[in-house]
Design a binder for this molecule. Sequence first.
Ligand SMILES: [Zn+2]
Length: 280
Amino acid sequence: MPELPEVEAVKRVVEPQIRGRRIQRVTAHNPKVIARPGAEEFCRLVQGQTFSTVDRRGKFLTLHLESGDRFVLHLRMTGNLLPTPGGHPQEKHTHLVFTLDDGSELRYIDLRRFGRFWLLRAGEEDCFTGIDRLGPEPFDPAFDAAYLAGQLARRKRAVKECLLDQSIVAGIGNIYADESLFAARICPTRPANTLTQEEVARLARQIPAILRAAIQGKETSPEEYLASGGRNYRGSSFFQVYGHGGEPCPACGAPLCRTVIGGRSSVYCPCCQLPLTKER
Ligand SMILES: [Zn+2]
């Protein structure tokens, strides 16, 4: 599933390609991806409007229109937002096509079809998408050790489950929870309320650092992005532990363990990320 760095990569590559472009026509091959309003009304309201800026909040994208209307989009498991030149061969699982005034298109492609679009009118309050229930962005000054300590102290769940809770911090999924906990040398199964102050401080420092590095690593050109069908931003070459269960830990060489936490596959180093608090 695309997480904060992947969604940020999509925002950065898509925004300059659609900004200022007028939507001539919208074709909904699969109305299911439009959550609000109905597909027909969605297409009618959007036709003739002009794209403005694109914002990211957690794993959500907001595509602003010059009128003040906006779409909110969640890519969920396999969604791709792909600007293409006119006449570019259409990928399988293309559900929505915005035809733009220069003949290019903005396409929504989604193998599993869990991604959703919501259209909100100018000034309309968002109580539909879930954005209003998100916790702070990891780069927000409000996300600091004191904030995280307060959140973790009243929870007995595994610390990894807390990092996946979008109401505690927005944008982290399975990949960057594992990567952040490895960087902070904290075992993902540790009950959140057993972390020491020092551990919480390390985690609050590592989360934005890991996400920033991932965003940098995912920078892509429009050409590369198009050639990959909008998928190359999911590259994983720099992951330290995620997807590397059974391989040697990059820090100490011990075999990385794989376990399941809250139904999610998790990888950690049993030596660097001790399950119990210990003086180091
Ligand atoms: Zn290790």
